[in-house]
Design a protein around this ligand. Structure first.
Ligand SMILES: Cc1cc2nc3c(=O)[nH]c(=O)nc-3n(C[C@H](O)[C@H](O)[C@H](O)COP(=O)(O)OP(=O)(O)OC[C@H]3O[C@@H](n4cnc5c(N)ncnc54)[C@H](O)[C@@H]3O)c2cc1C
Length: 487
């Protein structure tokens, strides 16, 4: 008898999905700018699954991971029958809420080497770097208007305490023959960002960004063009791993293989210890291209500073600024975390003019929050759940999923079809073995550490001393959700 019989999967309503108040009395945030641009005009949803369907592979979740997997499966074998079940709309989770920066594995190379060994890690990191150009071509070939730009990714120090935070990463990559970053002098950084807050930094000139919900929307259409059947508003309630049956409220799909691509919403007990749910909060300004141009922030460079509780900035082609920071909330038992709150919004509003002087006083049109599935070492885990039916999963992208999910789709596609190639091999080896402590230590301890990191970094940025209890608590932090600072 399978222990996974009627495996229960739950999905929570996405934080801040349908509320629109920035008032001090009733702050509720809004939908993400990107999802608003795609779905705000009332585009009808795909119909839910009613009754029975049958497939070779049933993908659960239509974010980047699920849809790249579906596309990869059809490209490898056009005859394979693929069904995608999505609880909400395609991309309505973190994929359509993200900042859209197409990150690579280069900043995480040393951790990747620990997982895969040097040769395979280098191969995968190079593939992740190649994703940027590949994505641009994918969008162009399929007529997807996802505002893809490739003007570079800047990793900066916005305080003296952050200076040279990238040194170890750059040196390590160079020791393996990789030199993806260029050092910029202070004058050039300040001129290109339009902000004197950046004291130093390095640039990956190939860095890219997208409108992530537009990309997901385009991917869904490409997948359907290849013959994939996508059902929206079809939350999976259970998987019978003996019969290979995936059940929703109004229907069921019989499949030989199931791919769980449910990201931070993954509720399978076997996966829960491998990640914690944290938040990331973003605000978007109204279009202010003239002001940004006048300040010097003319290109769509994506910018991140070197804090563990990172501050990130992107400029869209239309001249909006999307400004984000890591939230302090941590979900109990990796459940959805508390949404964006007024205090965090106020803190970000205070910081915005220093990071983007051109956006000082600009109207804020959107403020939203999304969940990050943070693994112990900051890399995703792949694997197969026990049971008679092949149930594959990928979880723990740790805030760096826009680019890496392309690779995840290739790995899951190969693993689902039982192909013996380098993607399947990497997927098998990308099994994270580290787990977080059990509850309640995980969420209580994690919240204390996370709050200490933020407090410590705030004080260091101001040149103030950090008290001993805060310093000790902050030193317990796991690696960053994105940058390897603290490794
Ligand atoms: C605010 C924010 C900013 C970010 N910025 C960046 C960035 O700039 N660059 C970057 O690389 N990464 C960024 N990330 C991380 C990135 O968005 C994620 O790593 C990536 O989108 C994960 O994709 P996914 O497909 O694995 O998961 P998701 O996007 O979470 O997709 C999972 C899907 O599964 C569905 N689902 C869940 N449960 C069920 C169920 N039971 N039945 C059916 N469907 C279900 C959900 O509705 C969802 O659509 C950011 C994340 C957030 C929250």
């Amino acid at each position: 008898m399978s222990t996974m019989k009627h495996q229960s999967l739950n999905v929570a309503r996405h934080p801040g999905a349908d509320a629109h108040s920035f008032s001090a009395r009733k702050f509720t945030g809004s939908q993400s700018l990107w999802l608003d641009e795609i779905y705000g005009n009332g585009t009808p949803a795909r119909h839910p699954l009613f009754g029975a369907d049958k497939a070779d592979v049933c993908v659960v979740g239509a974010g980047f991971t699920g849809l790249w997997t579906a596309i990869d499966l059809k490209r490898r074998d056009p005859a394979v029958e693929v069904v995608v079940l999505e609880a909400d709309r395609c991309g309505s989770g973190p994929s359509g809420q993200s900042a859209g920066v197409v990150g690579t594995y280069m900043p995480k190379l040393s951790t990747l080497v620990q997982r895969l060994g040097t040769e395979r890690a280098l191969w995968l990191a190079r593939e992740s770097a190649a994703v940027r150009g590949w994505l641009g071509t994918f969008c162009a070939e399929h007529g997807i208007d996802a505002d893809f730009t490739q003007h570079g990714w800047l990793w900066t120090a916005s305080s003296k305490a952050q200076l040279r935070a990238w040194d170890e990463t750059v040196k390590y990559a160079a020791s393996l023959g990789e030199e993806p970053f260029l050092e910029l002098d202070t004058e050039e950084i300040q001129a290109r960002t339009g902000s004197p807050i950046h004291l130093a930094g390095i640039i990956d000139p190939q860095g890219a960004r997208v409108q992530p919900a537009a990309l997901v929307d385009g991917m869904a259409r490409v997948a359907e063009g290849l013959g994939v059947r996508i059902y929206e508003h079809s939350e999976v309630r259970g998987i019978d791993t003996d019969r290979g049956r995936v059940t929703t409220a109004q229907g069921a799909v019989d499949a030989d293989t199931v791919v769980l691509a449910t990201g931070a919403f993954s509720r399978v007990p076997a996966l829960r210890r491998g990640f914690v749910t944290t938040t990331s909060d973003l605000v978007a300004t109204a279009p202010i291209p003239e002001e940004l141009d006048a300040s010097g922030y003319r290109e769509c460079i994506a910018i991140d500073n070197s804090r563990l509780s990172m501050t990130g900035i992107v400029r869209t082609t239309g001249g909006r600024v999307v400004f984000g920071s890591a939230g302090a909330a941590l979900g109990y038992q990796s459940r959805p975390t508390a949404p964006f709150n007024r205090a965090e919004f106020d803190r970000m509003m205070k910081a915005l003019p220093a990071f983007v002087p051109g956006a000082a006083g600009a109207p804020i049109t959107h403020a939203w929050s999304g969940m990050i599935d943070k693994s112990v070492d900051g890399l995703p885990s792949f694997g197969q759940l026990p049971g008679r039916t092949k149930v594959l999963y990928a979880v723990g992208f740790s805030g760096n999923g826009v680019g890496p999910c392309v690779l995840a789709g290739r790995m899951l596609g190969a693993m689902a079809l039982g192909v013996d190639d380098e993607w399947a091999e990497c997927g098998r080896l990308m099994k994270g073995t580290s787990v977080y402590p059990p509850e309640p230590f995980r969420s209580i301890g994690g919240s204390v550490v996370r709050a200490a990191v933020i407090r410590s970094e705030n004080r260091k940025d101001l040149g103030l001393k950090v008290g001993t209890p805060t310093r000790i608590a902050a030193s317990l932090a796991a690696t960053s959700s994105w940058l390897p600072a603290g490794e």
